[in-house]
Ligand binder design. Sequence first.
Ligand SMILES: C[S@@+](CC[C@H](N)C(=O)[O-])C[C@H]1O[C@@H](n2cnc3c(N)ncnc32)[C@H](O)[C@@H]1O
Length: 394
Amino acid sequence: MVRAIRQYATPALAKGERLNEIQHMASSRKTPETPACYAMVHEGLESIAAEEIAQSLGGEIKRLGSGLVVFRVPEIDRSILTLRTVEDVFLYAWGTDKLSYRATDLESIQRWTDRDGDWDHLLKIHHAVTPKPKGKTTLRYVAQMNGVHGYRRIDASKAMARGLAGKLPSSWRFVDENASIEIWLKIDGAMAICGLRLSDRTMRHRTYKHEHLQASIRPTVAGVIARLADLKPGQTVLDPMCGAGTLLAEAHLSVHGKKGVGGTEWEMNYLGGDIDAGHVRASLTNLRQFGIAGIENWDARQLPLDDESVDRVICNPPFGKQMSTPEEIDPLYRQSVREMDRVLKPGGKSVLIVSDAAALRAATEHVGWKELRRLGVRLLGQRAFIGLYRKAAE
Ligand SMILES: C[S@@+](CC[C@H](N)C(=O)[O-])C[C@H]1O[C@@H](n2cnc3c(N)ncnc32)[C@H](O)[C@@H]1O
């Protein structure tokens, strides 16, 4: 049975609470009100994205699924594209958690796309939020599928396309990448969700990254770390292994434009460095546009910084597979965390992302940091951990 999402309104989720169910929900076809939206995020970071959506947009969180946050905002405008912890945002057409895994799902996908998606309404909102590109409108269908189903991803995509037949102008031209109109179907086990993409690639890749490193952190994950760092005006923020500078860029952008008492902008101090001179150059190229120039070629195990001189440490040390020998991880984490602790002010916080949780735990326990929060995240198929710590206040 198809029911409107309004009937599923739930109270705002408590921190960390997870609702995996996305029961069959149609967009509100009969009443052209503001449709629901959803965001795709890295698996494990849904609760932080939900916090950002609630705080920055006044959004009401409806459902958290794996890599998914379904929400409503009072008004859909360009502010939705300013979210920093999500990979993409969509206008919601329909969703279900009742797929059967059998080929009969294909008829359901076609029917839901045809009957439940209020495509005219969604397209109107899309046009209002994103500027119409010059030239012919381009179109792309994207289907993602996780799990073992009795049909292929391409079949699911074709079922969605059949459901859309006659609903979009025939003059629109199909393209393989970066279309002006993109309709996505995500299937994950028994869950499926379908919608119109509002964001483009710049939401997940950003526009500031001129220099890229293979080991660079995804900007939206760096956005999560910047958020967890809980920055305050006037603080000094350090990334001792800054690579291409993504964490510092996201820290800067997370507070940029914020006004303090008397209407003055927050004055922050950003410090960074890397043992690889090429990485120092890469981060300088990426960070210069933000007025961040304090990047040095250093060894994070021996920082040229005074004791208790920084308020926040944010860091993405090398993962085991990025080292020539994985055995180097334990001593590197131990020595660099000891050095972070030396330069951190009492009561200061650090946020670290690693793949080897045990090595990090040993290092942080050694210096007596209190773990305030810990998130497991899946990054391009690899498991990683984000830990938020506080050094004891004196
Ligand atoms: C995973 S990468 C960091 C990527 C970075 N967050 C970004 O977004 O580009 C780890 C970085 O640690 C640096 N590194 C490794 N050992 C170091 C050390 N002892 N001191 C300083 N930097 C180090 C590497 O050169 C590399 O740039």
